[in-house]
Write a protein that binds this ligand. Sequence first.
Ligand code: FPP
Length: 237
Amino acid sequence: MEIDLNKVPAHIGIIMDGNGRWAKNKNKIRSFGHKEGAERVIDIVEESYRLGVKYLTLYAFSTENWKRPADEVGYLMTLLNSFIDKKLKRLHENGVKINVLGDIDRLDDGTFKSVKKAIETTKDNKKMVLNIALSYGGRAEIVRASKLIARDYKDGKLNLPDITEDSFNDFLYTKDIPPVDLLIRPGGEKRISNFLLYQLAYAEFIFVDTLWPDFREENLREAILEYQNRNRRYGGL
Ligand code: FPP
């Protein structure tokens, strides 16, 4: 079966899981798995825009990941910096707009600047939006949105009837971005780990055992095919 290019999910989310186990299976340290995992990112991004995906959201670092040992956190930040250093030009030339979802004030200075540069450089690109969820937590995002709404209400900028399911999204990091159609989680675990809680309400979930460092373009295409064979009813009949 071939992918129907007219029915490609507009928004795909991916929880890039299994780097640590991938490294352990090879008797290597966890960072080795992260490095290999980072290598997969560009291939999956490029396959996504070739297929016509409009929004791709990758879970790179959660609010809970700050609890990991400092050297692992530092290494993940180095990988992100190096991804931006090496791939920004190519992504920009290919029309990818980079966006970051999460509490970026917690990032170190270097990573913060690098992320800002990627966002600024690509802000007018139209081919695909690449959202990198970084220092991101779904619950924290909803609480943050609630506080922003409460502030606007208090300041008289917002009335109660203005607060709707759609307008709520304007206060999330995903303002102007449609909900997720397809969530893919490699790595064998079947949970959402605080990822895009509001935006996943009617997403189709695909869990695969392949660990993220082994996840290739072909695995993405398989997931899209399976998605196309599902019957989305959004609670209707
Ligand atoms: C989960 O694997 C993965 C992460 C916490 C980090 C994901 C980051 C990357 C793939 C690289 C950097 C990102 C970009 C955008 C360049 P895990 O460590 O929880 O694996 P385990 O469950 O096997 O321990």
